[in-house]
Design a protein around this ligand. Structure first.
Ligand code: FE
Ligand code: CA
Length: 506
């Protein structure tokens, strides 16, 4: 006769395979959602990543994943399909690249693997290069997960966008703080698996998933996808192991974003800078200001990374040999300005207009932060000189990084506010990351006549509508970033006329 204990044991033994099997079938394999990116007139990249139960990777080494792309949401007219191998080496990510599609139209896509089907994503091709076009897009940046919720994404996901330009700080490497709005156990990121887990955490957010599924994205990274304030192969703490960590971070970045297979990184780096045409309307130049930059000038003793100091105390900052984009990318940009289309959109990381913490016209000159364009004034001037000399039309600088909405005139000589206005700048506030108290910006507005707007106390994004005559920009603000269901509304509207550089209040 079996004891009670033996009975349970035997039952458990018999039951285990069934339980395992049942659980495996129940495990959501597409828990991170779907995404698309890099839209071209004839195709785009479709992304997903297969998931396993937490702490128990039961996925085979290689999993075939079928993808389908249709002209309709019901998948009645599938126009492209294929099978991609999701490999453990690349975190079971999928980067499918349908080709030969019609320009300027919407498509729907989904994936199937291990008996499951993913959510449906919506994506589109870019208009044909010679076709008339309009563009509804948003810029977004700096979405530190644990400090706030993503109401801004929930809003943008249903805002009729053709395109999202994500301008950096997709994730943050920091550990959790007791005061965080979202209580999650996070250590500081150290390893490839740490980076992967952080992407998986961010992508578990339903609002972020909805925004990815709503339209294609073009992404660039900033520092926090790797480590705060890094420059090229130098980390801010000068750790000799930094290049290996950067390679891990770049690998995880590719694994989790809709970049093509051709962009898959080696241990040496990953090329993300690229150029996208949007019909006859615009060229988008997506820049990388991290991977190829010279180290920040005049760091604190024994450290790398940024500093804030008087420019006159740091003559090295002015060295014309220093570059933010690196020589090759600078030349690529200088040669690639679009002189035919009315708009050149610069999708890049940070504020280009000067920002000084004391009156730059005062006896001691400007006091600047060395990590942004202010720390690389000769490189900034080279870029603007090319715009002026080649009469590049419709240059709009788009940025993030500094967790504040800035709207600015970009002058031919940034140090001289009387020099002609050459371009327009919109630097979008953070999706969720904390910003400075507004009083700090209010205190410097008086000596920044080029800044038409400056708000660091609101979270959000910028929503644009572009046609061949004008750019309309709505600065969005989240009412309560600590609430996932917060209202999101327009804070201020500006326009830029195609033949007149400089944002005007609307
Ligand atoms: Fe940031
Ligand atoms: Ca940053």
């Amino acid at each position: 006769m079996l004891t009670r204990r033996q009975t349970l044991g035997a039952a458990a033994l018999v039951a285990v395979p069934f339980v395992r099997h049942a659980r495996a079938a129940d495990v959501p394999r597409f828990a991170l959602g779907v995404a698309s990116g890099a839209p071209r007139p004839d195709g785009m990249v479709l992304w997903t990543r297969l998931t396993a139960p937490p702490g128990q990777d039961d996925l085979p080494e290689v999993v075939p994943v079928r993808w389908e792309l249709a002209r309709d949401e019901a998948f009645g007219q599938v126009v492209a399909s294929g099978v991609e191998a999701a490999e453990r080496t690349w975190a079971h990510s999928v980067h499918a690249e349908p080709a030969g599609l019609e320009p300027g139209r919407w498509y729907w896509y989904r994936f199937r693997a291990l008996g499951q089907v993913s959510a449906i994503g919506r994506t589109r091709t870019a208009p044909a290069p010679d076709a008339p076009a309009t563009l509804d897009f948003a810029i977004a940046s700096c979405q530190r997960y644990e400090v706030n919720h993503y109401a801004a994404w929930r809003h943008l996901a249903t805002d009729g966008l053709d395109l999202v330009l994500f301008l950096g700080d997709y994730l943050y490497e920091y550990g959790a703080q007791p005061t965080n709005v979202r209580q999650v156990g996070l250590g500081r990121i150290r390893t490839l698996d740490d980076y992967r887990a952080r992407y998986a955490l961010y992508r578990s957010d339903p609002a972020l998933q909805a925004a990815h599924a709503a339209c294609p994205w073009i992404l660039v990274w900033d520092d926090h996808e790797v480590d705060n304030d890094y420059a090229g192969l130098q980390g801010q703490d000068l750790d000799p192991a930094f290049p290996a960590r950067r390679a891990d971070a770049y690998q995880a970045y590719w694994e989790h974003q809709p970049f093509p297979k051709a962009a898959r990184p080696s241990r040496e780096g990953m090329r993300i800078f690229d150029r996208y045409r949007w019909g006859r309307l615009a060229t988008i130049h997506a820049l990388d200001d991290r991977q190829y930059r010279d180290p920040q000038a005049c760091p604190r003793p024994g450290r790398g990374g940024s500093n804030t100091l008087p420019r006159r105390d740091c003559p090295g900052m002015l060295d014309p040999a220093r570059s933010l984009l690196g020589a090759a990318q600078e030349a690529w940009l200088a040669q690639g300005w679009d002189l035919e289309r009315p708009w050149n959109l610069l999708a890049q990381q940070t504020l280009m207009s000067p920002l000084s913490w004391r009156d730059p016209a005062g006896p001691d000159g400007p006091m600047v932060w060395t990590d942004g364009w202010d720390g690389y004034p000769a490189a900034r001037q080279r870029l603007l000189d090319t715009v002026r000399e080649r009469r590049v039309p419709g240059v709009v600088v788009l940025g993030g990084d500094v967790h504040a909405h800035y709207v600015a005139d970009v002058h031919a000589n940034p140090d001289d506010p009387r020099s002609p206005v050459l371009a327009s700048e919109f630097c979008g506030t953070s999706i969720s990351s904390h910003g400075w108290p507004q009083t700090r910006l209010d205190g410097i507005r008086g000596f920044h006549p080029h800044l038409k707007f400056a708000r660091s106390d609101r979270r959000g994004a910028v929503r644009f509508r572009l046609d061949d005559r004008r750019l309309q920009a709505d600065l969005l603000a989240v009412d309560d970033p600590a609430r996932p269901d917060s209202a999101v509304g327009p804070l201020r509207r500006f326009v830029v006329e195609a033949d007149r550089p400089g944002p005007q209040p609307a």
